[in-house]
Design a protein around this ligand. Structure first.
Ligand code: GAL
Length: 980
């Protein structure tokens, strides 16, 4: 079939929609109430006889040279490939994955975008690949690629009204049917709907969709993520009878303890609508004839159980006409700002949140219903109760599931213009958002967000968000007014902080320091609009690589001040690309001419949703109960929930085996003090572990240790070294039966670590590099009473240090005493550890320490206990390998090959343990998981290692978690070899 293609819409600024239907609520009609009742939210859009899902294999033709897309396209002459819908074409072999953070992929000249020519010369001054310097680059073979999609569908009754809905297409869509033009839409994450009535024909129909990589709207979609394209969400074909609904709405309001529910419905033709509210013993129904195709019913004086995320009580709503039934779920709850306090159902509340992107390592933006459900269930399992849909509206299913599972949502608009910052001088956030000529574009986007999701504004959605990092404020004001005219919900928009607006209904910031948050609580911030209203950390605790460190400190403040609402960690899941051979790649690995490396590999969960330590940190920090030891037998219990009382059972378990259990009735967000029977120390060690059980789900939701007192032996009397222990060329070695068993590693002493992502700051400085340039030189090596003394000089880019090591015999093994002395240079030292090598056959570790990855500013998420595991479990599978796997508060660690046991035992105080399958030196050069080649078993016994912080995008390591070598530091421990 022949098509005359539109060649202008995508680059014509004034055009962002042609013939597309006005936005409306997302809903799925069913023929009858029984049919609507029979389906789960996940199956809803696939099971209705009134809706055909057009997912599946479509014909696809990719035009790497857009000029080759003919203005007259004859589909019979096109050699189509096959492509599954929904999907992103970069994840199916067309073009390639391209990750860039805040730069556009074309020259910044809003609203101009490349058409059929090469993109031309691109200026930027900030990026992981370039650093902080102006750069002009003219990328080769970079075009505004085009994908042409075709599929056939059959229509039985061509006289019916037929509407096609695209739930997500990046970046825009020109639609054609049976040789004719249908319309155009922009707004990648918004629903685009077109009326095909009168254009469909009985039997087979040919649908053609032309998708451009970029359109003018791309200026508003500069989110930090892989820049993907295609029809990436479901496509639905809806058959609508005259009596079917065009739109539906529901609005709840509370007065004097009772709710009023106002239901409205618009139909295509005048008819009669029956509205029903039902559930939990309540039924209200009203049958109303439409007037001007609109019907309305008000159910007043409703005595309902309120919805909250802890107890997500939902009622059924039915909208029925002779043509069919739409069923929705509804929660009753209020959101209110009183002074500077955000109240839910009239109660104070703290939002324990995370930012969620639609990201999948094999499918890019495309998430299946199971994926969406898994993500929300994962949040629940990790005590996360709030999701900011960064930075665009999610698939509408996510909202239905959030209502049902109990997750608060900050529903965000599809707007970000961050390139205004990185691609022009002087950088300014506001270039587009304060330019009135963009106003209609902004209003179009906010209308799509609000209209699609408005019903959920009663339940899971607690705030609308105008977008991300787009500054303001002419156009953001217009969007704010649009929302205020329609909804009582507060409006959130962080980027207001970058213009004189400062804040809309709530103050919001990203990556504040703890001090800044404290100052908000104290009402001392210079941006006064942060002081006088509730304050939300829309992004904090940058979870890139190892970390986030020092996150608990924020929650000390959040709990201290009523105006602090809590916030959302950045972010839930690592973005990366998974290949068939199991490799993961990130920015720059796909030949991107500009990229931001692994900056989007920054989640609490790995791309496959396996939890990283960050997830356990947040599970711990967001726990519903907190127990603190006040001294003696008194303990403070803190219920951090907003609504639950008597729901959690606390099991107090002492390491002497005794224990007790209670289910406190502590009021929400309050504390009480209890006395408990105390356990006794075992060999001087006293541990109290508290497990929190959710009596509703039976799950253990948290473990914490309010008492950790570790007994550590003092140095035993020295005597001659055992046979086989000695020092050669300045390196300690242990032989067994004439064979080398253990040696001090070549570097012997580590004052550095392989940089974590959070050891690189936003300006791409890597403060640890000078430390990694470490040279060591043995200054002296001599025999002393009962052993040896070796003095080594360590020189690095930060200074010069000497380490004096002695190795002496004792009844309990070789006593190692290592003294670090600063000759000159930095007093702050990142790490002090002694590293030893064993063969890789020593693969089983048994240790008594924090039971998982822990550093001094992030250790309480794991309890002190004995653990046995393989060496591979002692490092974390970061997508970009980096320092990982430290274990704090270690008293002993034993490595075994099944025959011999080599034990490292703390003397004087616990040490920090690291066991790695390769050297830290090798680790500094690794870029991907497959670089992690095993070369032995390397055990590092450390006096200290600095904390982690969140410096990649946030505060660096706090001074209290850095080590100041004010005087010489002594590290002492025993090494012992025994038969198993
Ligand atoms: C924020 C931004 C996020 C992400 C994050 C860093 O500025 O809103 O999208 O880029 O920083 O990972």
């Amino acid at each position: 079939m022949k098509y005359r293609l539109n060649t202008t819409n995508y680059h014509t600024f004034s055009v962002f929609g042609v013939n597309n239907l006005p936005p409306r609520s997302y809903f799925i009609p069913y023929p009858t109430r029984a049919d609507a009742d029979a389906v789960t939210p996940k199956r809803k859009r696939y099971a209705s006889p009134k809706v055909e899902c057009l997912n599946g294999v479509w014909d696809f033709k990719f035009y790497p040279l857009p000029a080759e897309l003919p203005a007259e396209l004859d589909t019979d002459a096109v050699a189509f490939d096959k492509l599954d819908v929904p999907s992103c074409w970069q994840f199916r072999g067309y073009d390639r994955p391209f990750y860039v953070n805040y730069r556009y992929q074309f020259p910044y000249k809003p609203p101009v975008i490349p058409t059929t020519d090469k993109v031309g010369r691109v200026f930027s001054w900030l990026g992981c690949d370039t650093g902080l310097r102006p750069r002009w680059i003219t990328p080769e073979e970079e075009y505004n690629f085009v994908g042409v999609y075709r599929r056939f569908f059959d229509v039985a009754d061509a006289d019916k009204r037929i509407v096609i809905s695209f739930l997500g297409v990046a970046s825009c869509l020109d639609l054609y049917l049976n040789g004719k033009y249908i319309g155009y839409a922009e707004g990648s994450h918004n629903t685009a709907e077109f009326d095909l009535s009168g254009k469909v024909q009985p039997g087979q129909n040919e649908l053609l969709a032309v998708v451009h990589r970029w359109c003018n709207g791309t200026y508003l979609e500069n989110q930090d993520m892989f820049r993907n394209n295609g029809i990436f969400r479901d496509v639905l074909l809806r058959t609508e009878e005259p009596a079917d609904f065009r739109d539906i709405d529901a609005k709840t309001a509370k007065k004097d303890g009772r709710y009023t529910l106002t239901l409205t419905a618009e139909t295509h033709a005048d008819t009669t609508v029956t509205f029903t509210l039902q559930g939990h013993g309540l039924t209200r129904t009203a049958t109303v004839p439409t007037q001007d195709k609109t019907a309305r019913a008000v159910f007043a004086d409703l005595d309902v159980t309120e919805w909250n995320a802890e107890n997500p009580v939902l009622y059924d709503l039915y909208y029925e006409t002779a043509a069919g039934c739409v069923k929705e779920k509804l929660g009753f709850r209020t959101v209110e700002i009183r002074g500077d306090v955000f109240l839910l159902n009239g109660s104070k509340i703290k939002f324990k949140g995370v930012n969620h992107h639609d990201t999948d390592p094999r499918n890019g933006y495309t998430l299946s219903p199971d994926d969406i459900e898994r993500d929300l269930l994962t949040c629940k399992q990790f005590n996360i109760d709030t999701v900011r849909t960064s930075h665009y509206p999610p698939d509408p299913l996510l909202l239905e599931l959030a209502d049902e599972l109990g997750i608060y949502l900050v529903d965000e608009n599809d707007i970000e213009t961050h390139g205004t910052f990185a691609m022009q001088f002087p950088p300014t956030y506001n270039s587009i958002s304060d330019d009135p000529k963009w106003k209609a574009h902004y209003l179009d986007r906010i209308a799509h967000l609000y209209q699609r999701d408005k019903i959920h504004g009663n339940t899971s959605v607690i705030m609308w968000s105008l977008g991300n990092e787009a500054g303001g404020f002419y156009n953001t004001d217009a969007m704010y007014d649009y929302l205020k005219a329609r909804s009582d919900l507060p409006v959130h928009y962080e980027s207001a902080i970058h213009c004189k607006k400062q804040a809309y209904d709530v103050g919001s910031e990203m990556y504040p320091t703890v001090q800044m948050v404290h100052d908000v609580g104290e009402k001392r911030r210079k941006q006064t609009r942060l002081n006088d209203r509730p304050y939300f950390m829309c992004e904090y605790a940058h979870a890139m690589g190892v970390g986030p460190g020092n996150t608990e400190a924020y929650w000390q403040e959040v709990y201290r001040y009523d105006s602090l609402m809590g916030g959302c960690v950045w972010e839930m899941v690592d973005h990366a690309v998974l290949h068939d051979d199991g490799r993961y790649t990130y920015g720059g690995d796909h030949g991107e001419w500009e990229h931001d490396g692994n900056f989007c590999v920054d989640g609490l969960f790995y791309p496959d949703r396996t939890p990283s330590t960050g997830a356990y940190i947040m599970r711990f920090i967001y726990r519903p109960f907190r127990v603190t030891h006040c001294g003696g037998d008194r303990f403070e219990l803190f219920n951090t929930t907003a609504f639950s009382r008597g729901r959690y059972t606390l099991q107090f378990l002492w390491n002497d085996g005794s224990g007790t259990e209670l289910t406190p009735d502590t009021a929400p967000l309050s504390k009480e003090t209890v006395t408990l029977p105390m356990g006794s120390a075992v060999d001087g060690t006293l541990l109290l572990t508290v497990k929190t059980l959710d009596t509703k789900t039976g799950r253990c939701v948290a473990e914490e240790q309010p008492i950790v007192t570790l007994a550590v032996p003092v140095a035993p009397a020295v005597k001659a070294l055992p046979v086989g222990a000695g020092v050669q060329d300045g390196r300690f070695a242990l032989q067994r039966d004439g064979k080398l068993l253990l040696t001090a590693d070549t570097e012997g002493t580590l004052l550095y670590r392989a940089s974590t992502d959070n050891d690189t700051d936003v300006f791409f400085r890597r403060p640890l590099t000078p430390w990694q340039n470490q040279r060591s030189e043995v200054v002296s090596c001599k025999g002393i009473a009962n052993g040896y003394e070796v003095v080594t000089r360590l020189t690095n880019g930060k200074g010069r240090y000497t380490v004096t090591d002695t190795y002496q015999g004792t009844d309990k093994g070789v006593l190692v005493t290592s003294v670090l002395h600063r000759e000159r240079g930095s007093q702050t030292v990142p790490r002090f550890g002694k590293v030893f090598r064993l063969d890789e056959i020593f693969d089983t570790v048994t240790y008594f320490a924090r039971s998982g990855e822990s550093y001094c500013d992030m250790k309480d998420q794991f309890c002190v206990q004995q653990v046995t595991c393989p060496v591979s479990a002692m490092t974390e599978p970061n997508i970009r390998p980096q320092e990982s796997g430290n274990r704090m508060d270690c008293t002993t660690a034993t490595l075994t090959d099944g025959q011999l046991k080599v034990t490292f035992e703390a003397v004087g105080k616990p040490f920090e343990l690291a066991v790695k399958p390769y050297t830290d030196r090798a680790l500094t050069g690794m870029k991907h998981r497959e670089d992690e080649v095993r070369t032995g078993t390397y055990v590092t016994v450390q006096a200290f290692q600095q904390g982690i912080g969140t410096g990649a995008c946030g505060p660096a390591i706090m001074p209290e978690f850095c080590y100041e070598l004010k005087q010489d530091c002594t590290l002492q421990f025993l090494i012992r070899v025994e038969e198993v």
